[in-house]
Design a protein. Structure first.
Length: 255
């Protein structure tokens, strides 16, 4: 017990010392991904305080899964990371309705052929501050806190031969979260993850991104990962529940 009581503070002091000295310099770069998400989405409008038909974009409107590009630029000063990112998703569908759908105060009747378009643009601005960043010979680790704002612009339009109705949701969503990662063989191989979220007034937005990357050439990194977004928007007479999850491949150029 006496040896343990001496060894534990010594190890803690060594860990804190290595953490304090592990301050990388300046880094910058860009990252692009090609995402293969599975969509799960429902929507309904509220007219005069009364909820209208809740419908499923896939089951009721014939929307199919699509693949999307996403981009990110980053700048790092020691423990502080700045990132901006942009993702745009766009779905189209067409179906013969198997039931009446009331949307935005109008009735789209059963057996009517309805086309739909669903677009979501997401612009991210985030800051990450690493609270731990120790180095261990050829390996390293970090744990950081994230504060970000995600601006969401969501549009849902239904069109038939006689009607066109559209509802949208726009606004910034503040989010907080954690980032963690580890590098091996002097960062030739890395594992990284970020989780952020916020819930307020019947709305929520959660996002997670985890990926593995390796360096085949100097300054160039290839990646494979999994991204998850869960959005519930209850604003401006539109209630939408959207879940996007799936793998992606990517590449990063950094200096």
């Amino acid at each position: 017990m006496r040896r343990f009581s001496i060894l534990l503070p010594a190890l803690l002091l060594l860990f804190l010392s290595s953490t304090a000295q592990a301050l990388p310099g300046v880094g910058a770069g860009v990252r692009g991904t090609y995402w293969f998400p599975d969509l799960s989405a429902t929507a309904q409008t509220i007219s005069g305080g009364v909820s209208e038909t809740k419908f499923d974009l896939k089951d009721d409107l014939g929307v199919d899964d699509e693949n999307f590009l996403s981009g990110e630029a980053f700048l790092r000063f020691g423990r502080v990371h700045f990132r901006v990112g942009y993702t745009k998703i766009s779905y189209d569908g067409s179906a013969t309705l198997t039931r009446d759908i009331e949307y935005n105060g109008q009735i789209f009747p059963v057996n009517d052929n309805v086309s739909s378009s669903f677009d979501v643009k997401m612009l991210d601005a985030e800051v990450q501050v690493d609270i731990l960043r120790p180095d261990f010979v050829a390996a390293n680790f970090y744990l950081g806190l994230i504060g970000k704002v995600k601006y969401v612009d969501l549009d849902l339009e239904l069109t038939s031969t006689t009607l066109t109705e559209k509802q949208d949701f726009q606004g910034p969503v503040p989010m907080v979260g954690l980032a963690a990662g580890a590098g091996f063989l002097n960062d030739l191989l890395r594992v990284d993850a970020r989780v952020t979220g916020m819930a307020y007034s019947g709305n929520h937005l959660y996002e997670a991104d985890a990926f593995v990357s390796l360096v085949p050439f100097p300054f160039f990194r290839i990646q494979g990962g999994y991204r998850y977004i869960d959005l519930k928007a209850d604003e401006d007479d539109l209630l939408a529940d959207v879940e996007l999850k799936g793998p992606y491949v990517g590449a990063q150029l950094s200096f």
